[in-house]
Structure formats: C-alpha cells, structure tokens
Design a protein around this ligand. Structure first.
Ligand SMILES: Cc1cc2nc3c(=O)[nH]c(=O)nc-3n(C[C@H](O)[C@H](O)[C@H](O)COP(=O)(O)OP(=O)(O)OC[C@H]3O[C@@H](n4cnc5c(N)ncnc54)[C@H](O)[C@@H]3O)c2cc1C
Length: 410
C-alpha cells in the first residue's frame, strides 16, 4: 500500500487528510506529521473561539499576493463547497454578516468533527520536521526527518505546515524553510491581520478606548485602503478589524480616522456651532461629552491645537471650530510599523504558489510533492478567507495525491 504523508496537522493538513481518505477509501495509507502534541491547536483560537470558517462572498478581491493563482483555486472551491464539506463531516453552518461559523459557534466542536473525519489517518505527534529529503530515483520514497533524526517515509508528501504567524500555536515558518531548502522561491514575509504601531501622537493614554470610525491608510501620500468599523486603541497603537484589513495590504506610513464619515465638513461645522451653544459655560474638556470618550475627545482637541483644556467653550471662535471639525474628519497617526509574528493572524508572502499546479497543488519542480494553506504566497482578508484558503488547497492536494498514489499502487 502506498503512503501519503501530510506535514502539518492544521486546517489545511486536516482537510487534506479527510479528502485523501475519501478519495482512496482507505487504499492509501495516510499519515499526519505534527510538531505539537495534538493536531489543530490554532483552529481552537480562530474567530475568538467560534471559528469563522468561510464567507458567503469568496471572491478574489479578498485575497492578496498571487491573486491569479488564488482565483484558479477558489474557482474550484467556493463558499458552497466549503459549506458542503463541513456539512459532510457533521458541521452545519450559521451565517452572521456574511461570515460563516459552525452552528454550535464552537471552534472546538468543528475541530472534533474534523478529527473524527480524519480518524482513518495515522497521526505522528511531537515530530518537528527538520528536513525533507526527495527520492533519489523516480518513484522512490520521500523522507521527512525530525530534529532528533527520526524518519517518516512516504510515496508522496503534502506540505501544510503553515506560515510564521502565531508561532505559539505551532507554525513557526519551518515548513516554508523546508521548501526553500529544496530550491523553492519564497517572497518577502510580513505579519498581517495584526495591530499597527503608532509613532505619534502617543496613544498610550487611550489604551482600551473603542470607537467607530472610517479608517484611511496612506503610503507616500497615496490612499491604499479605506475601511469602516470599530477601532481599538492599544498601548502601542491601533487594533480592530479595520486595522487588520489594512495590514492585509501593502505597508502604510499614515492612518487617519474619520469619526463622522457620513457628515460633510459644512454640516459638521454647523453641528459643532450648536454644540458650542449647548456647552457654552462648560470647560473645553466637556465639549465632546456624549459624543466621544473623554480621552479620545482630548486627543482630538489637542490635534486641533487646543492645549489648555480648562478654558471655557465660550472662547471658541469660528476658526477653532473649523480646526476641531477637521480633526474629527481626519485625525492623523504616523505609523511606525506592525506588531510582530506573535500577534499576527496570518503571514503575507510565502512560497511562490506559481511553482505549484492550482488544480492539484502538485509541485512543478518535484513530482508527488504538494503544498497547501498559509505557507503559500497568498493570504486573505479577515472574515473567514484564510481558513477557506486552507480548506480549498488542502482538499485539492489531498484528493490529487491520493488519486495519484492509488493509481500507482494498482
Ligand atoms: C488567533 C487567530 C485567529 C484566527 N481566526 C481566523 C478566522 O476566524 N477565520 C479565518 O479564516 N482565519 C483565521 N485565522 C487564520 C487561520 O487560522 C490560518 O490562516 C490557518 O489556520 C492556516 O492553516 P494552515 O493549515 O495553512 O496552517 P496552520 O493552521 O498554522 O497549521 C500548520 C500546522 O503545521 C504544524 N507544523 C508547523 N511546522 C511544522 C514542522 N516543521 N513539523 C511538523 N509540523 C509542523 C503546526 O504545528 C500546525 O499544526 C486566525 C489565526 C489566528 C492566529
């Protein structure tokens, strides 16, 4: 009997195992090699423990990197395919704003169902692959070697070891390095879906403040992305889904927040003039009472050039109100970088996908070597797109590898 080894027991690796077992109906031995004591650890943390496993709008605009390759893959595996796959392992779905979750809203339950569906595979845990040795002759066996020299041999290998994001959950980039060692080209790696660090103004005092805003990101003065949603201030910078979506794209140097995106400048100035009448006898630091949290209001006032917060609102002239309106529409932050791999949800960049076939995920350089999941140079927006990518590529690779080995074993 031929053996298929799946390197990495994460989302893509488990999907590959289920797909290979179904394709071969047990006629191909399937072995999952996992460095941690259990498979699927990262899945437990996804979607805040609810696992947002796909989206009702799986389209290429939500993917970044080699989008031509991504388009080919998702044209064969869209939302319906992901939903059908999960129903087939016993997980009905629940949809919220286009985001698809298991009906139980439990990532642990989804993992249990996946593990049950993959139970026909052998699992070798606590095995960190340190080398991947190709066959010496055509049709020979692959060897996966651990750091301690233990070996798993197989007739075909699917590398599904993830990217560099969230290394405490298992993926430290070693899968990417294994493929680099075999001569595969790797694009620049960057943490993505992660918080932004802000150089100025200091936001440390705003830690914990949440606000709804339109976030605009710029690079060299050019707008690169605009997104509305809830922004969270952290000790070092900005977080929240709109910020994560910005970090799925190219690097930015400036972010502006518009707290009144549906109100034009003139209308906002009228509203602030009315506000001046309401708070006429109050001190300036109460000017935003009921509109913005006080710490955020103070930052807006300082951005408008008002340093003395004890002065009365009655002292505001039209020029001051104009400056406040402009700060409310465009509060600017200089970005100093992104938080690191430990905080990131995905890896931007990876092994060049074009070195693989988008239908079978088989390597164009080595027969019977396949790749799936985040280790490729494609990542998605926040919203279920990255797990969808893992299922789509994992199912394709598992099916193709099992089919090839079954045919070779006859
Ligand atoms: C906190 C958090 C929340 C997220 N939430 C969502 C969400 O709700 N929706 C969504 O779409 N995406 C989400 N993501 C992203 C998503 O989880 C990943 O993109 C996806 O898990 C990638 O799947 P993968 O199988 O390619 O890699 P991984 O899931 O990282 O799996 C790789 C596996 O390979 C193992 N491995 C690595 N190196 C080796 C080695 N050398 N030898 C042996 N084994 C190895 C790892 O231990 C791991 O088990 C989230 C990510 C994080 C960190």
């Amino acid at each position: 009997m031929k053996t298929l080894a799946i390197l990495g027991g994460g989302a893509a690796g488990l999907a590959a195992a289920v797909s290979a077992l179904r394709t071969s109906e047990g006629r191909v031995r399937t072995v999952i090699v996992e460095r941690l004591p259990r498979v699927g650890k990262k899945l437990l943390s996804t979607g805040n423990g609810r696992c947002n496993f796909t989206n009702t709008d799986i389209s290429v605009g939500h993917y970044h990197g080699d989008t031509r390759f991504a388009e080919r893959v998702i044209s064969h595996f869209g939302t319906e395919d992901a939903v059908r796959f999960f129903r087939s392992v016993g997980v009905p779905e629940y949809v919220e704003d286009g985001r698809v979750y298991p009906m139980s809203e439990s990532a642990a339950g989804l993992l249990d169902a996946l593990r049950a569906a993959a139970s026909g595979a052998e699992t070798v845990t606590d095995f960190k692959a340190a080398a991947l040795v190709p066959p010496k002759t055509a049709g020979g066996t692959w060897r996966i070697l651990s750091e301690s020299g233990a070996a798993v041999t197989a007739d075909a290998v699917i590398v599904a070891a993830g990217g560099r994001a969230a290394p405490s959950l298992g993926s430290d980039g070693s899968g990417i390095e294994l493929l680099r060692g075999l001569g595969y080209e790797v694009t620049r790696l960057l943490p993505a879906l992660v918080q932004l660090k802000v150089a100025r103004p200091s936001v440390a005092a705003l830690k914990g403040v949440r606000v709804r805003a339109e976030v605009n990101a710029f690079s060299g003065g050019n707008l690169i992305h605009s997104e509305r949603g809830e922004v969270l201030f952290t000790e070092y910078g900005l977080s929240g889904i709109p910020i994560f979506q910005i970090t799925a794209r190219e690097e930015c140097d400036t972010v502006t927040l518009d707290f009144c995106p549906d109100t034009g400048n003139g209308e906002l100035l009228d509203e602030l003039t009315e506000r001046k009448d309401i708070f006429f006898t109050s001190s300036v630091e109460d000017f935003f009472a009921g509109m913005l949290q006080k710490r955020l209001g103070n930052l807006v006032l300082r951005a408008a050039g008002i340093e003395k917060l004890s002065r009365p609102v009655s002292s505001f002239d039209r020029g001051t109100l104009e400056r406040i309106a402009s700060a409310l529409k465009r509060l600017e932050f200089r970005v100093s970088g992104r938080m690191g791999w430990e905080n990131a949800q995905v890896t931007a960049g990876g092994v060049r996908a074009a070195q693989f076939d988008p239908v079978t995920m088989e390597s164009r350089l080595h027969p019977r070597l396949y790749a799936a999941g985040e280790l490729l140079d494609i990542h998605g927006d926040c919203g279920g797109y990255n797990l969808h990518w893992a299922w789509a590529t994992g199912v394709a690779a598992g099916h193709a590898a099992a089919h090839t080995l079954e045919a070779a074993g006859k």
